[in-house]
Write a protein that binds this ligand. Sequence first.
Ligand SMILES: Nc1ncnc2c1ncn2[C@@H]1O[C@H](COP(=O)(O)OP(=O)(O)OP(=O)(O)O)[C@@H](O)[C@H]1O
Length: 632
Amino acid sequence: MTAQQLAARAGGVRRLAVSLPTECWIVLALALMPFLLLAGGGSVDTAIRILLWGIFGLGFDILFGYAGMLSFGQAAFFGTGSFVTAYLLVSGLVTNFLLAIGAGVVASMLFSVLVGMVALKRVGIYFSMITFAIGELCFFIQHSVLSRWTGGDNGLPGVPHPVFQFGDRSFELASGWGMYAVIATIFVATFWFARRVVTSPFGRVLNATRINPERTLAVGHDVQRYKMAAFVVAAGYAGLAGTLMGIFQSYVGPDAFALDTSGQVVMQTVVGGVRTLIGPLVGAAVWIYLRDILQQIPGIGGMWKLILGALFILAVTTMRRGIVGEIQHVFYKRRMAAAAAAAAATEKLAAFAPAAPPADFFAAAAGTATASPRAAASDDGVPAIEARHIRKQFGGLVALEDVCLSVREGEIMGLIGPNGAGKSTLFRILTGEMPATSGEVHFRGRNITGVGVREACAMGISKSYQIVQVYPELSLRENLLVPLLARQRGAFRFDVMASVKRDGELMKDADRLLAMMGLSDRLGGPVSDLSYGEKRRLEIGIALATQPDVLLLDEPLAGLSPEERVQVVGVIKAASIGRTTLVVEHDMDALFGLADRIAVLHMGRNLAVGPPAEIRENPIVHSAYMGGRDED
Ligand SMILES: Nc1ncnc2c1ncn2[C@@H]1O[C@H](COP(=O)(O)OP(=O)(O)OP(=O)(O)O)[C@@H](O)[C@H]1O
């Protein structure tokens, strides 16, 4: 064999190794794990326990890592699954193992719906504390009211092992290699499903709700339902791990509902790596192996909690991303460096050029090309959005008083006024972010007063924010996928079998929008690496991706350099083609050049409205707003 043939074969093997699906690597690792544990003084039972905690951790990683909800009460669902299945099997009510396991998992999920209805009313530390309290409540109930069924302090012993019948021979699946193989297979299946969950459109939106829930809601997703779905999925995983633990141990201990159980899954996930899925398994391997080994060492066995606690602190302080997270980060940095080098070598960084207008973009996506409504922008045009006699009061401060504003279909209207005039407040009321104290908002003749921001977005009203509200951890394309997914799928869909990457049209839409924003050359890397001007363009792109009929831009030029202003003005011009646009801006030169009409607010009241030339010459506006400019 020649050197070239050998090199080609080596390259082929390398490519094959790299392209193997993650599940194959996991199967390989799981096949090796018991041998490694045995060599290190562990046992097959230790390996089974690690797998069961790994299954528990998969659900917890979806909940905490991807949905951003830190629950200290997952034992409530682990315990529910354990006891329901164990009771059904021990009492003989159900003899079919699959049925008993299914009942345990379903019970956990149903229970999580009830818990979620309470816990999801709050976010952050309050959510964590509610789950903590519910976990403790379950522990108490298991030891008191339910002790007749759960065995109270004694737990439930005598859970039978599954028995398989092959002809006239029967085979009992007790602990050992057989049990390991079955649990390992279940782990791979549950890992596969968890990966589907987080890479599916559902998972992308879930991740977006963690990073920026307000923006995710504003672009049209029902954030609460996404959170509830993640909570129920995590409870399903906890329930499954609990049922299997009971069967494996032939016993459900009184600690199934304990705070220790909830705490252990948190620690294992953090040590292994949040948002990695495999991290909780690695964390469980470290935790359980060390615990088992430490307990066997004479003299220090009693101090295993102290030693593990110290190791946890060390791991968290030295490896912020966890074991798997840190490894992934090294590879990510390498990929980024290689991409940057390739871009520099080919001088890919193209000059800014806003591309195709949005009418083309969405017509191509939806197959519904329409004539540009900007043709309808005239003196007798129909109002697209109207504020009627709006009053907004914050305590003793009246921010808006009897404000009326009518934006015609297809026009660009500028909204100006000194600081504190009430422009942003009016924007928030028009987009449904905030209710008015009194007055009405009409959209194309329909009274939409009081509809929420998500509903307003679904109707076709979208806003770009004064302070950019992008998703810093995501790539540019992923940022645009969040609103595009709302447009494509509606407020909520549990489409875990769908694939974003395989949806060619969706990816094309994102790329067209990126081209339109002049950001095609910044595809690689997270948004946190972008300049402020680029973030501003992306901010407008996110609003535009919801395909609004009415686009509201809150100070799109604020904080930009002169060069960046020119770029963003280009984007606004392209974005306004085919839609009604309302712009709040302090840069008068830019706004007067852009807008068909200008409305002026002063101290929360209407001051004037008219074409830019008229407003420019209006002496009342000069004295109230541009003080001193008339003398110039
Ligand atoms: N959530 C709030 N709670 C209390 N007061 C508020 C709130 N939002 C706005 N205000 C007050 O309402 C008034 C109008 O504020 P608003 O932000 O709408 O003005 P603006 O015209 O957008 O100003 P700027 O140009 O500085 O952004 C201000 O006095 C502000 O302090």
